[in-house]
Every structure is written in C-alpha cells, then in structure tokens.
Design a protein around this ligand. Structure first.
Ligand code: SAH
Length: 355
C-alpha cells in the first residue's frame, strides 16, 4: 500500500489493519507533507521496530525531479518522473506577495484545444491523487516554501474535471491541517467546463476557486478552439455557472486566450461583456504564447489593450496575464513532454466518454 495515495484518515485505517496504533498516522502524514520526508528511515520519532514494520508493509512513492530549469524571470519548471517512467511538468512561479505552484492533473490532455501544446500530446494517462498532491509537496520542499503562504493552480498539463476523483482527493490531502494545510481560497481549478463534473463540483464541501477557459464568445468560434464546446455549448456552460454556489466575495475567473484575428475584435469584447452580465466574474486575458506547430499568432500589445479597455469601460474586472517562463517553455499551454507515445490515448478517451 502506497501511503502517498491516501488521506490522513485512510493512512490511520491502514495502520490499524497492520496492527499499528492509529495515532502514528498523523506523525507519518506530517513527515510526508510538512517535512517532505518519504523514507521511513528518517522518521526519527517512530521506533526502529515500527519503521521496519512500515517499510515492510507499505511504501511512500514520490515523483522525482528528473530535470529543473529556471527562467530569466525566476520561474522554475520541474520535469518529474513518475513510478511508471512517465514524465509530467510542474511550475513554480515566484511573485509577491504570494508564490504560485502550477500543477498537472493528467499526462497529456484529451481536450485538444487548438492553441495548446499539451493538447497535441493527447491523453496518455490520468494522474493519481498522490501524484497530483505529490507535485505540490515536491515543489514546496524543493523551493523551501512549505512553511510559507503559497497558491496552487491546476493549470498545468491536463483537464482536472476529466480526472475528477483523483483531483478532489489531492485537494483534500493538500488542505489537511496536519499536512501543507493549504486553504481552499489558495487553490484554483481551471477547466474547459465539463458540465456534469462542474455540477458535481458545485456540491463539494471543499471548494477551490473556479477558472473557466472560455476563449471565444460564439459557439462557432469556441467549438473550433475548444472542441468540447460541441458537447457543452456556451449557453449551457454559462447557465451552469450562474447556478454555481459562489462564496462571499469570490468571483469566477474567465480565461481568454487572445489569438490575432480570431477572437480579439472589439465585437468579441462586447459579446464577452454581455455573456458575463450578472455574474460575479473577472476576466484574465492571455495573449497567446506562440509555439511551433500552433497555427495562431499573438496579437499586438495595442490590440490586447484595446480589448481589455472595452471590458474595463463596462465595469468588467480584467487583467492581462503576465506570461512567465516563456524562455523555458513553462508558460500557459506550453507544457509538453516530448517522446511519450500516445498509445493509450484513444482507449482512455473512450473510457471517459470524451472527444
Ligand atoms: N484544461 C484546463 C487546465 C489547463 S489551464 C483548462 O483548459 O482550463 C491552462 C490555461 O492556459 C488554459 O486557460 C489554457 O486555455 C491556456 N492556454 C493553453 N494554451 C495556451 C497558449 N498557447 N497561450 C496562452 N494560454 C494558453
């Protein structure tokens, strides 16, 4: 049994099953998440006999850093190796006052958005809860930020709502006060808007901030850029978001990648204002991060500013995302691990009933 896949109470149950008092579960959980220790040998407040017994009956798996690259702006990208030799990418974005970790939820992604490099990989496999939470653990301890305030954004590789159970379990592990104690206010889940999963999210006791990858204002345009729109069109998505239970003072973020000549006209901006009417929303404009093989270009700064101004003048909160880590391909939509064969892509996509 791999203890890194379990919530604290589940660890306690495993201990009970192997005849170890439950209270050691909290100690072990603290070692793993607060101290970043994944070897029983180093858990010095457990007796030697207990450490030996645990090592015999259980394991603690951890993604391992196989490559680390730091951008000129301080953004650091980790290439992490998983137990089955698959690789994923996770990013540390330093900023003041808060630091942000951007983590992946899948190896690759099945959504195939037209401007996203990860989408070109297809879905290779789902990440487990332990692998999702493990990225945050490794990032927090690699950067020595485990004891300070940080945010996480599920904006790395993958579509979190297409890996629902593992994603939510990872968030519960990260929120545990005996571990990294990450407040849900510091978590952001970004999604293309898989409606059944979004309805389910609306009922969760642990509620992260919500970001919606909208990217277009008509179904025709959105279906071309974000193919899942054919199944869950804009009007249904917006209706679900209007029903979504928002805590006080929280807003839904709408991400909008700006593509020159495609979705960046003043008409698009005005349609976006109308779509958001009556919603507690903020818009995050993402001028395209260009990449080889992506058939779109980034609009000029003037064009981006003109789009932002139309929103701001109509009282829509808007920000333009600073692109971080572009020189090491760590920016939005640039995470991709080359050389991994999409052998299971079709099978997985079918199993999850997408595409
Ligand atoms: N699948 C989820 C999580 C990934 S988040 C989602 O789509 O929301 C990654 C964010 O970066 C998304 O908003 C995505 O649309 C955006 N993105 C993808 N490719 C990009 C690119 N080339 N330039 C800028 N942003 C991009």
């Amino acid at each position: 049994m791999n203890l890194a896949e379990l919530e604290r109470l589940e660890i306690e149950s495993v201990l009970e099953e192997i005849g170890v008092p439950r209270f050691h579960g909290r100690q072990i959980f603290r070692w793993i998440y607060r101290r970043g220790v994944t070897s029983f040998n180093e858990m010095t407040d457990l007796s030697l006999a207990l450490r030996a017994k645990l090592a015999e009956a259980t394991t603690i798996e951890s993604p391992s850093v196989s490559e680390q690259q730091t951008s000129s702006d301080g953004t650091t990208k980790l290439n992490l190796r998983l137990a089955d030799d698959r690789h994923i990418e996770s990013v540390y974005i330093p900023d003041t006052p808060a630091q942000t970790f951007c983590v992946s939820t899948q190896v690759g992604c099945a959504m195939a958005c037209g401007f996203c490099l990860t989408g070109t990989m297809g879905l290779l496999r789902q990440l487990t809860a332990g692998e999702i939470a493990g990225q945050v653990r490794v990032l927090a301890h690699t950067t020595k930020l485990a004891d300070s305030a940080f945010n996480i954004v599920l904006m790395g590789m993958g579509e979190p709502l297409h890996n629902y159970d593992a994603t939510m379990k990872a968030l519960r592990i990260l929120a545990d006060p005996d571990g990294l104690a990450l407040h849900p206010k510091r978590m952001t889940l970004s999604t293309v808007g898989l409606l059944p999963a979004l309805e389910r999210l609306a009922t969760e006791p642990l509620m992260p901030n919500l970001a919606i990858s909208l990217h277009a204002t008509t179904d025709e345009a959105r279906s071309r850029l974000v193919p899942i729109n054919k199944r869950y069109p804009i009007e249904e998505l917006m209706a679900a978001l209007r029903r979504f239970p928002l805590a006080k003072r929280r807003r839904i973020t709408f991400e909008y990648v700006l593509l020159a000549g495609v979705n960046d006209t003043p008409d698009d901006a005005r349609r976006l204002v109308r779509l958001l009417n009556g919603l507690r929303a903020k818009v995050n404009l993402l001028p395209l991060n260009e990449a080889p093989g992506i058939p779109f270009t980034r609009p000029s700064d003037e064009r981006v500013n003109a789009f932002a101004r139309i929103l701001a003048e109509r009282d829509v909160r808007v920000s333009v995302r600073k692109s971080r880590g572009r020189d090491i391909r760590a920016a939005c939509g640039q995470l991709v691990v080359e050389g991994q064969k999409p052998s299971t892509r079709r099978r997985l996509a079918e199993a999850h009933d997408v595409n």
